[in-house]
Ligand binder design. Sequence first.
Ligand SMILES: [Zn+2]
Ligand SMILES: [Zn+2]
Length: 412
Amino acid sequence: MKRRLAGLVLAACSLHAITIVENGKSAYTIVTASKPTPSEQRAAQELQRFLEEMSGARLPIVPDTKSVPGPKLLVGDSAAVKRLGVALPLAELGPEGFVLRTKAANVIIAGGRQRGTMYAATAFLEHLGCRWFSTEVSVIPKRPTIRIDTLDVTEKPAFEYREPFFTEAFDKDWAARNRANGAHSKLDASTGGKLEYYPFVHSFYELLPPEKYFAAHPEYYSMIDGKRRFERGQLCLTNEHVLRIATERVEEWIKQHPEATIYSVSQNDWEGWCECDRCRQAEAEEGGKHIGPVLRFVNAVAERIEKRHPDKLIDTLAYWYTEEPPAQVRPRRNVRIRLCPIGICTSHSFGTCPRSAYFLKNLKAWSGITNQLYIWHYNTNFSHYLLPFPDFDELAADIPLYKERGVVGLFM
Ligand SMILES: [Zn+2]
Ligand SMILES: [Zn+2]
């Protein structure tokens, strides 16, 4: 699990060089599983396309239904891989991990069936020098002869959710090749899908729309300065009817959006937490933290949802007034917290800047109570989008720090 997404661990030996293409000619065949998944099929096509662009040689793609003579690029697990005496550690690799391995003159380019084999193909092309920097800037080196040393690479993503949130990153090819798997990318069945949210964030009033409930039940909404209100308010999270209605609504969302992995039960994008006696009591029991009643509520929804949908996740935010972790309650197995460092300095890493010390403390505290933390990281200037945003030092230092702290999802 310590293996990083970037950075291949290569075991190279020049004595065993393998020639895949020589002067634009190749004896190799791309062999897929007998019934490849769509993303495995795409992996084979990507290899065919870019090897041809590099060298001029167009390798045939053949499913593993008959014996293929000559050396092979074996894309995905298949009987042909097993005939070579190679057992892939598929269970350990999970849906997105992969191996690159040479066996005699053959190259095994294979991984998890959802996206792993597809990532293996990209990693192999990267090993040959290909890069996809943006939707318009790629580097595909011209190499009429393609020769490699022996390969023995195993990779697994450091994060289960990887979402760079900017327009170019939504492009299907860019996202697939750069191993992004987030909700906003245009990844589809051909790329092994993606991690989908429904709704994405700030969902309290989608759970209980004030226009539907406030007139008859003001007690469902925040008490602020002694008065129930919904304008710039939140929900009263200790009201049992609010819990019942919210749970029913999430059940409806799961029916309407079965493609989603995560359903968001999260605060509105302003303050206005409930100050009723019961909500205050819950906060007091949780060390005086506003997240206390939020996480108790989210856990309660997640516990009810889990009975019928054990594979679905419930998300909430640790953001703004809820960024500091609670004293007692812990996120359930099927809950994901998105911790949002909105107040940090993005010029310096968390560990080196006094302005970010508060966040490092919160990150450490959260990572002490959950190993399923997601991060909503900030990497733009919301007041001046076109200004340069010099956060390269900060990002380079803090992404590994997130990993060290047990973070499993990154939205940027
Ligand atoms: Zn309340
Ligand atoms: Zn700073």
